[in-house]
Design a protein around this ligand. Structure first.
Ligand code: ZN
Length: 782
């Protein structure tokens, strides 16, 4: 981790810049390559023309620019695009780089590449050129935006063999446009020609591409280019349909992933050879792993290649909440490194549900999405569709957030997370376990765990299943939210972690499937769980689990031991107390012997030393009320099994899909139970305690000599469905943080309110009180 990056660029470039003569500079700037330095200007043309790099090779632009803006041009904009107005907006929002539409589906400059369709509204105007020049003159970097995945009919008629076709030979279309095939010369020749032309004419700092990865998984292309490539690589024919149990379809999935990486590499080779080593190409990527899977974008491999991730995740989903933005920031940094940047397109218009491209999103809703992104290490990038708006409120949201970001950016980048809980994920699990039901099988369980951690105010990081060994030293517990698919080496990593004393919570079908999603006879982690599946028919088990996952049943758990006397016959609930002491994971449930569940369970065999703390109560009728009594109040089907490894690691196995239920229904019992189990598995080794009413997303980071706590108040969003249009302040917040060796814990700053508050240290914990939080607060402790 390179901590110095964050502090160096802003200071050193600004100071070097002070003596610049603006007029001399502007003369040179027209054809120049410029590196950004805040709102000031630097002329870098003399040293390395066309390379877009700081002289001396210090820090390239894609590692320095932290505030982006995008006016996504509509076809009609060339007629009335008011560049002067937008330059003022760049300045007002402290924007350092702009994403400008260049070409692909539509060219916004006079292109000479054959069949590169120019906007009919250009009428001779070179809009991309004018905007690039204006941005460069203002000291901004330019990310030339491409959209390379479809074309107009004229193009299709000229090269029908460059387009994707279905099994009957019909071209795939999106509206009026024809979808190009990723294995055709459209990607190998046409797009590289455009990239070269744009570099030569305009010298943008780099390229980004809106939808670079072509046809998604739901549509199989049967064109000759695809047939030949697949045959050359595998010796087989393209599979006729999507069947996850078919080995050829599985190969087709891998072949598709590989092709997208080839396109990533080809485009980078093209732009770098034309524009220098820092003229990078970075296709946009999604905020959803399921979305990445459906589009064959391998996040881990992309992050291995990428210098920057351009994240296209513009608004919260109806179910996910603002917290998804901090989550995806942390997840991508886990792959990319925390010293690189992840700007994210943040819609200022009413994106999400419903979408209105030309209406302002309610300001609190837009602001909260931006803030939660920053809490996860994401950089802001305002995004408008169209260059003029009659709803002028749209222009007032970004400014305050961006100006606050500029004032405090040294605390918002180049930091590493401080968390002792890691939530495991992998794209392979999304693909081959999630299959066509990723929401149900993968996303909902993950969301339940994540929301339980946030509700419990427990900092966590997403951990890729291949990175468990790398992260193990920092973590006290791992959570496997129904991670059905684990490779052998991933299983070994988890075993090593627990044998070394680490804790584990695994839910649902975790470790029950191999790398292709084929069922094992027993859990690969059964030794850690102290539990084994007792179902012989693997295929039947799998299909029943998938069928049941979609529904909600009238089922319960029985907590053990019961705290009321166990009697035969009908129970009144008023039986006298018995002397029982419950385990810590059942804390808070003393006034109940049952918990609602909603899912279903299969019998398990448990090892003698394993402890079963909850048993399953099978389904019984809800309606009519006369029938709503337990048919089978007692079973020995385990719902929660605790086990301790020889190395002292605590393991909790919940075959029950409580996480999926919590992700779906938000019942507080489920969230509290999950948080209890995680705290127990982590042996209470959690570096943060926050006491307050309200839902707060707590993200803790370390920078050289200081701790940074980013608290985001989700209370309003938890109260209302989107959009939030009013904040509900919460407070006071009593906070305890365990300091680190290089953090003295003597000084405290609040970067949002600016309030003063005392910090004291007691028994190894720093503690302090924050009077109130409206939207968010950033605490810096040094
Ligand atoms: Zn094809």
């Amino acid at each position: 981790m390179n901590k110095s990056d964050s502090e160096k660029p802003a200071k050193s470039l600004c100071s070097r810049n002070k003596g610049n003569d603006r007029r001399t500079f502007l003369k040179k700037a027209a054809a120049a390559t410029i590196a950004f330095a805040g709102a000031e200007l630097i002329d870098l043309t003399a040293e390395r023309p066309g390379t877009n790099s700081v002289p001396g090779g210090e820090i390239p632009w894609y590692r320095r620019i932290t505030r982006w803006g995008q006016t996504n041009i509509s076809e009609k904009d060339p007629a009335h695009y008011d560049i002067t107005w937008w330059r003022n907006h760049w300045k007002d929002t402290q924007t350092q780089g702009v994403i400008v539409n260049a070409g692909g589906i539509v060219a916004y400059y006079p292109s000479h590449v054959p069949l590169h369709h120019q906007s009919p509204f250009l009428e001779g105007r070179d809009l991309f050129g004018e905007l690039s020049r204006a941005a460069h003159e203002d000291g901004l970097a330019v990310f030339a935006r491409m959209d390379s995945n479809r074309a107009h009919e004229e193009f299709y008629r000229a090269h029908p063999d460059w387009f994707a076709i279905d099994a009957s030979g019909k071209p795939y279309k999106a509206g009026e446009l024809y979808i190009t095939c990723v294995n055709s010369p459209y990607y190998n020749e046409h797009i590289p020609s455009i990239l070269k032309e744009v570099v030569e004419l305009y010298h943008p700092e780099g390229f980004t591409d809106n939808s670079w990865s072509g046809l998604g998984r739901d549509s199989i292309c049967f064109c000759d280019n695809c047939r030949k490539s697949f045959r050359d690589k595998t010796g087989k024919e393209i599979p006729g349909s999507g069947n996850w149990d078919d080995p050829v379809y599985r190969e087709w999935i891998h072949w598709n992933y590989t092709r997208r990486l080839e396109i990533w590499d080809l485009n980078n080779r093209t732009t770098k050879s034309a524009g220098g080593p820092d003229c990078i190409w970075s296709g946009m990527n999604s905020g959803s792993i399921s979305g990445q899977s459906r589009n064959f974008r391998d996040y881990k491999e992309i992050c291995r290649r990428a210098d920057i991730i351009m994240l296209d995740s513009q608004a919260r989903s109806d179910t996910g909440g603002f917290q998804e933005n901090a989550e995806i920031g942390k997840l991508i940094h886990g792959l990319l490194g925390w010293d690189k940047l992840i700007p994210e397109s943040m819609a200022q218009y009413q994106a999400g549900r419903p979408t209105f491209r030309l209406a302002a999103k309610p300001e609190p809703e837009a602001r909260m999405w931006m803030i939660e992104g920053m809490a996860g290490g994401i950089q802001p990038w305002w995004h408008y569709v169209g260059a003029s708006h009659e709803d002028r409120r749209i222009y007032h949201t970004a400014g305050p957030v961006f100006r606050w970001h500029k004032a405090n950016e040294e605390f918002l980048i180049n930091r590493s997370p401080v968390a002792t809980v890691g939530v495991v994920w992998s794209q392979q699990n999304v693909d081959f376990y999630g299959r066509d039901e990723t929401d149900l099988m993968v996303d909902l369980p993950y969301r339940g765990i994540k929301n339980a951690l946030i509700r419990g105010k427990i900092p966590y990081i997403p951990v890729h299943a291949d990175h468990i060994d790398r992260e193990a030293g920092k973590l006290a517990a791992l959570v496997l939210p129904n991670i059905g698919l684990l490779t052998e080496s991933q299983v070994d990593s988890i075993k090593r972690f627990v044998e070394g004393g680490g804790g584990l919570l695994a839910t649902g079908e975790s470790s029950l499937y191999d790398e292709w999603g084929d069922p094992h006879p027993d859990y690969a982690l059964s030794d850690l769980f102290g539990a084994h599946t007792a179902i012989q028919d693997k295929t039947d088990r799998t299909s029943t689990v998938r069928r049941r996952a979609a529904g909600t049943l009238h089922t319960y758990f029985r907590l053990k031991p019961e705290l009321r006397k166990n009697v035969d016959g009908p129970r009144t609930g008023l039986e006298p107390p018995v002397n029982g002491v419950r385990h810590a994971v059942l804390k808070g449930f003393d006034e109940t012997d049952i918990l609602s569940f909603g899912g279903m369970l299969f019998p398990l065999k448990t090892d003698p030393e394993a402890e079963v703390l909850m048993t399953f109560i099978p389904e019984f009728p809800i309606y009519p009320p006369e029938t709503a009594w337990m048919r089978e109040p007692y079973t020995d089907i385990p719902g929660l099994v605790l086990n301790t490894s020889p190395g002292g690691g605590r393991c909790a196995f919940m075959p029950a899909d409580i996480d999926r239920q919590y992700g779906r229904y938000n019942l507080p019992d489920h969230g509290n139970l999950l948080a209890n189990i995680i705290r127990w598995a982590a042996k209470d080794n959690i570096p943060l305690k926050v006491e307050c009413a309200g839902l707060i997303d707590c993200n803790l980071y370390h920078q050289n000599g200081r701790l940074i706590l980013h608290l985001v108040n989700l209370t309003s969003s938890a109260t209302w469905r989107q959009p939030v249009d009013e904040f509900i302040p919460v407070g006071p917040l009593k906070i305890w943080i365990r300091p680190m060796d290089d953090v003295r814990g003597k000084n405290l700053k609040l970067l949002v309110s600016g309030d003063k508050t005392a910090i004291t240290t007691d028994k190894g914990w720093c503690n302090f009180t924050i009077a109130s939080i409206t939207d968010h607060e950033v605490v810096v402790i040094s």
